[in-house]
Design a protein around this ligand. Structure first.
Ligand code: FAQ
Length: 334
């Protein structure tokens, strides 16, 4: 009797859940934005936390490869632009952690999960910046790939993420231009040595940049659900192809050669075809064994430890202010 009552309760709860699910999906299909206090399936919330946290961590870890060149930028103008760009990336991390917090997680918890190896950051930031041309390449290609992936995220179904992306994309497009302008200076106005340095940077970064878009569609675990929920608007392979088609003419204008002997234009489809991506390298880097993974994680751990006193001081100051305000309110009420 008791078990039967429980079963009926379970069935009622399941029917209610599926009604909520259907209502949620119809809102998504109608292009309504989902806001923090709206009902959402747990799996939708988990997917967003995973993706937004990974994105936020990428922006913060992504400050390290370029930060490496701030003291060695070749002119005051280049130094000012690079400094501003790296600061922008820190700001993007802050907006994204704030967007993730609207889903009920704390920034401290997300940072801890990164430092414990439970959350990821983009594979691309595990490669070293060996020459000044790498700074041009990061702006041109890494920011270029980031924009290609992030413009559709401005239409993501989750309101706070979509709104954060609009501002981020505006800044990323300045980053892409400053990078391409460095490449133009090196390749079209520079010496043969500078052009060779630019070619070497392209040779080292091209394939890792293509990997930024994630595994091929047949191996992507999350794409189907994320497309249904309109978190993602395009598949990984579609975005990768759009990026290649936009980038190849830019490389040709620079007079550079892409390190892909199989690359060719298909006049029938209008797309640039590319050779096989080495997915074993991608898996190795994501698993923690890329050229700079250990160094990047050590830098983040050190920054977290060295910043502990600032967080403690800010908390103590906030508590002091609150106590003063409460005491003043008590006196006023007496
Ligand atoms: N690196 O099923 P999918 C930037 C993981 S920001 C590491 O296809 P999903 C700005 C993925 O998490 C760059 N891991 O996954 C800047 C999943 O593992 P999990 C970051 C990767 O989420 C510029 C597994 O593989 N941008 O550059 C990567 O549907 C210059 C299966 O993959 C974003 O985060 C990767 N590259 O699609 C800053 C954009 N790719 O979590 C400084 C937002 C995939 O189950 C300087 N994110 N994985 O353990 C996205 O659009 C998506 O999350 C994708 C992956 C497209 C990255």
């Amino acid at each position: 009797m008791y078990t039967q009552a429980l079963n009926i309760k379970d069935m009622a709860a399941a029917a209610e859940d599926s009604a909520f699910d259907a209502r949620f999906q119809s809102r998504v299909d109608a292009e309504e934005k989902i806001e923090p206090n709206d009902w959402m399936p747990d799996a939708y919330r988990r997917t967003l936390v995973r993706q937004i946290a990974q994105h936020a961590h990428s922006e913060i870890v992504g400050m390290l490869p370029e930060g490496n060149w701030i003291t060695r930028a070749p002119s005051l103008k280049r130094k000012a632009a690079l400094l501003a760009k790296v600061q922008d990336e820190g700001g993007h991390g802050a907006y994204l952690y704030a967007a993730a917090e609207t889903l009920g997680v704390s920034r401290e918890d997300l940072v801890e999960q990164l430092l414990d190896g439970k959350q990821k950051y983009s594979s691309i930031f595990n490669y070293p910046t060996l020459s000044w041309a790498d700074i041009g390449i990061i702006g041109w290609l890494v920011d270029g790939a980031a924009i290609m992936n992030q413009i559709p995220l401005c239409r993501c179904s989750y309101g706070p993420y979509a709104r954060a992306m609009i501002r981020i994309c505006k800044e990323e497009s300045f980053h892409q231009r400053q990078g391409y302008e460095i490449m133009v200076t090196l390749c079209r106005d520079g010496t043969p040595e500078q052009k060779a340095m630019a070619q070497d940077a392209l040779n080292r970064w091209w394939w890792p940049v293509l990997m930024m878009f994630g595994p091929s569609d047949k191996d992507s675990q999350h794409t189907d659900k994320s497309m249904r929920w309109k978190i993602k608007r395009f598949t990984n392979d579609d975005l990768r192809q759009k990026f290649i088609d936009a980038t190849v003419p830019q490389g040709q204008y620079l007079g550079l050669t892409f390190p892909d002997p199989a690359m060719k234009h298909n006049d029938r489809t209008g797309h640039w075809e590319h050779g096989e991506i080495d997915w074993s390298e991608f898996k190795r880097v994501v698993a923690g064994d890329g050229p700079c993974n250990r160094q990047r994680m050590k830098q983040r751990r050190d920054a977290n430890e060295n910043g502990a006193w600032v967080r403690e001081a800010a908390l103590a100051f906030a508590q002091k202010r609150r106590a003063r305000a409460e005491a003043a309110a008590r006196i006023a009420a007496e």
